[in-house]
Design a protein around this ligand. Structure first.
Ligand code: ATR
Length: 288
């Protein structure tokens, strides 16, 4: 990498940010595409977000990603927010154009790309979402936009699942319902299940939001947004019951691709994407 007077700066705002794979990914894309840029992490302390956002403008930074815990709070400081990002209620990518800060959400698009590349499509499907937090909101909006037939949501705190159903019904023409965890094993109509909670994430990898083996028997596809471990207990159960399983690595990779494309106004070719994905997998395997 050659840094000179015209090198553009991009980055990730969050707290903490030390273990993010985004710098690795974005600098890899820049190298493969030949962009004169560097992508670094900005560890923004609590209470400093507004100043950090103003700093983007002042320093002529062209784009940043936003991560935990600022994906919601950041929205109040932006000039425009893309409609889907507003519906999801979270922004993970900012593009600075003519001094205007525009917020997008590439998480849902990244997840959709990772489903489609495995030939999973949501149109007219009945889907189950486990969880009702930020990740679940992105999944629910994605399913609604893709024309799913019905969205069923289960969550430890059922009132939050009800709130999410109400939100989705107010924005999209789609049928929703909530279901108790305990009732899941009785359902045979839920063929696609999204696991969006933090249950099963490293280091608590033995945990699983659904233990009943009967639940997994009727699943065609199981998706877990978690990528560490690569196969959660949830995905292992689903795979052993015969379902196609998809972890969160593809979503992580593709949200980065989509942010890169958005910032630079280009589309990356399939073969460059494939090369980058293989390099990324090597990095993940060797990460400590
Ligand atoms: P994210 O933005 O990553 O989705 P979040 O908004 O904090 O994170 O949401 C976390 C989700 O994981 C919620 O659905 C939460 O359930 P509650 O709404 O009942 O809190 C779920 N979750 C977290 N820990 C859990 C646990 N031990 N058992 C079951 N669900 C859990």
């Amino acid at each position: 990498m050659r840094i000179n007077g015209t090198t553009a700066l991009y980055g990730l705002m969050g707290h903490p940010v030390e273990h993010s794979f985004s710098p690795f990914l974005q600098n890899l894309f820049a190298k493969k595409i030949g962009k004169n840029m560097v992508y670094v992490t900005f560890n923004v302390d609590e209470g400093q977000l507004e100043s950090a956002v103003e700093g983007l403008r002042a320093l002529n930074i062209k784009g940043v990603n936003v991560t935990v815990p600022y994906k919601v709070e950041i929205m109040q400081y932006l000039d425009h927010i893309d409609e889907v990002a507003r519906n999801i209620g979270a922004v993970n990518t900012i593009k600075v154009e003519n001094d205007q800060l525009i917020g997008y959400n590439t998480d849902w698009l990244g997840l959709l790309a990772s489903l489609n590349e495995r030939d999973v499509y949501l149109k007219d499907k009945s889907v189950l979402i486990i969880g009702a937090g930020g990740g679940a909101r992105a999944v629910a909006v994605m399913c609604a936009k893709e024309g799913a037939k019905k969205i069923t949501i289960t969550n430890r705190t059922l009132s939050k699942a009800k709130d999410l159903c109400a939100l989705i019904e107010s924005q999209y023409q789609i049928e929703t319902e909530t279901v108790h965890f305990e009732a899941l094993k009785e359902r045979t109509d839920l063929r696609i299940a999204f696991q969006t909670t933090s249950v099963g994430m490293y280091p608590h990898i033995e945990n699983n939001p659904v233990y009943e083996t009967k639940f997994y028997k009727t699943l065609d596809v199981a998706i877990d947004l978690i990528y560490n471990p690569i196969e959660t207990h949830f995905l292992k159960e689903a795979r052993e019951a015969g379902a196609l399983t998809i972890n969160g690595l593809g979503m992580l990779f593709h949200q980065g691709i989509i942010a890169f494309e958005l910032w630079h106004g280009l589309k990356m070719g399939e073969s460059i994407k494939d090369t980058c994905y293989n390099v990324f997998l090597d990095e993940i395997v060797n990460a400590d």
